[in-house]
Design a binder for this molecule. Structure first.
Ligand code: 5GP
Length: 237
């Protein structure tokens, strides 16, 4: 497999073509952004930590029967993935109230949500990823009702697998965002799963061990990501 030209550079990852039209190389960079790209910083080791973390999670999800784009880790900061036609919709599940939900509805941070909630957002930084729903997604052609139903079902399946995995490390999976795409007509989990796109709290102290440390200027961002990884069995080189 040969890595070829860059197709796209996102806020934290770059995407390169390969000699196989069905495969891409994802490169996880040290760049860290918050507030739809308004704040950008470079955090040493982040690319390696998130690539390694993501590979571990994607393999667990794949083993649990959830189709993902992940093929294999190629190096410290690179992974080989299937080329998906991405659906511009972010799926968010919340087990505990935090972040946007607290801001929007004024509920108390830390309130257990039963059953867990499911929300859709349009992936569009310029519009600050507005909240949408199934009707808007269908009307504007972002996803069909069948695709949305599959995405919702897979997003909740991920919750069962990962809540249990993090629980073993004394961690609470507060919420997370997933992105999906199409590979030969099938809905497949894409993008990444790392502490950049979820909230993880220490189960006893409720210390924040995710990207909120960066958003809220708490420091120790990458140390927290590594701590989470170590607790669930990730080995960082
Ligand atoms: P909230 O709606 O509370 O801001 O986010 C809910 C969850 O989804 C959090 O775990 C947050 O990290 C994740 N999330 C939502 N939108 C984005 C996004 O555009 N980028 C990343 N990395 N994570 C997101």
């Amino acid at each position: 497999m040969e890595k070829r030209h860059e197709l796209y550079a996102g806020k934290a990852k770059s995407v390169h073509a390969t000699d196989d039209p069905d495969l891409l190389v994802l490169t996880f960079r040290d760049d860290t952004s918050a507030f739809d790209g308004e704040r950008m910083e470079s955090l040493a080791r982040k690319g390696m930590v998130n690539n390694t973390f993501n590979a571990y999670i994607m393999e667990k999800l794949q083993a649990a029967g959830i189709p993902t784009h992940f093929e294999k880790r190629l190096s410290g900061t690179e992974s080989l993935v299937k080329k998906l036609e991405m659906i511009p919709v972010e799926c968010v599940v919340r087990n505990i109230a935090a972040g946007g939900l607290v801001k929007r509805l004024g509920v108390e941070e830390g309130k257990a949500l039963s059953p867990p909630t499911f929300e859709l957002f349009l992936k569009d930084d310029a519009k600050h990823d507005p909240m949408i729903n199934e009707s808007l997604a269908e009307t504007f052609g972002w996803a069909t009702p069948g695709q949305l139903a599959e995405m919702k079902s897979l997003t909740f399946q991920v919750n069962e697998v990962l809540k249990a995995l993090f629980e073993e490390g004394d961690l609470l999976l507060v919420d997370y965002k997933l992105e999906f795409g199409l590979f030969k007509g099938q809905i497949v989990l894409g993008d990444e799963f790392s502490p950049d796109g979820c909230r993880l709290w220490d189960a006893k102290t409720r210390e924040k061990l995710d990207k909120d440390r960066f958003r809220q200027g708490l420091g120790g961002v990458i140390e927290a990501y590594e701590e989470v990884g170590r607790r669930i069995g990730v080995r960082f080189d």
